[in-house]
Design a protein around this ligand. Structure first.
Ligand code: PRP
Ligand code: URA
Length: 210
């Protein structure tokens, strides 16, 4: 597993506003989108391309275009939905599938409640979107789900991660081609499984309490 933690003052600035408990939902949503676009630049560094012949106004030349089958972007509902626009801004030709997961706040175990993905993901590059990598239960289950469908290459984009979640993913994805791109790697999890210092409950901050 490869891990890339962003290191850029614009990202740190936006994260600082995002973490602030006084930041309103509309600002939180806008910042999440902007942060994902910045992280998507790094996450798509290995996107597969193929040569293409084109004609400029001056001459014929060979360029590169994103390969087919097109990459698949998979936001994990609910909070991952807040990351989708930021990702497809940079990767507009991607297809989008959905996974709905919720973490039981007592046991911290993830439960999958919805799935809308192609049956066959063989030869597909997949980009999973989930803002919070806490215990790693949700992201680990999502990655296993995609691998079972045939995906061979999965990149996850997360706004914040905890060391405990990364260690778990490292064990669970051994031997698989998995990359994690993080906006920041925080200190730890608290006794309720929340990231510290974190930003609280990402879904609630994006969309309100349900
Ligand atoms: C949050 C977050 C991740 C998960 C992370 O979702 O968006 O999916 O928790 O925790 P984990 O690493 O310990 O599994 P949540 O279950 O709160 O659902 P929501 O997106 O609907 O709010
Ligand atoms: N899910 C969240 O939304 N926030 C956390 O800190 C941990 C899990």
């Amino acid at each position: 597993m490869r891990v890339h933690v962003a290191d850029h003052p614009l990202i740190t600035h936006k994260l600082t506003v995002l973490r602030n408990k006084n930041t309103s939902s509309p600002t939180f949503r806008a910042l999440t989108e902007e942060l994902v676009t910045l992280l998507a630049y790094e996450a798509t560094r290995g996107v597969r391309t193929q040569p293409v012949e084109i004609e400029t106004p001056v001459t014929r030349t060979t360029g590169l275009e994103i390969s087919t089958p097109r990459p698949l972007v998979v936001p994990i509902l609910r909070a991952g939905l807040g990351m989708l626009d930021g990702m497809v801004k940079l990767l507009p030709t991607a297809e989008v599938g959905f996974l709905g997961m919720v973490r039981d706040e007592e046991t911290l175990q993830p439960m999958t409640y919805a799935e809308r993905l192609p049956d066959d993901l063989s030869n597909r590059q997949c980009f999973v979107l989930d803002p919070m990598l806490a215990t790693g239960g949700s992201l680990g289950a999502a990655i296993q789900f995609l691998i079972k469908r045939g995906a061979v290459d999965v990149t996850a984009v997360c706004i914040l991660g905890a060391p405990e979640g990364l260690e778990r993913l490292e064990r669970e994805t051994e031997g698989l081609d998995v990359t994690i791109v993080l906006g920041a790697l925080d200190e730890r999890l608290d006794e309720n499984g929340y990231i510290v210092p974190g930003l609280g409950d990402a879904g609630d901050r994006l969309y309100g309490l349900v």
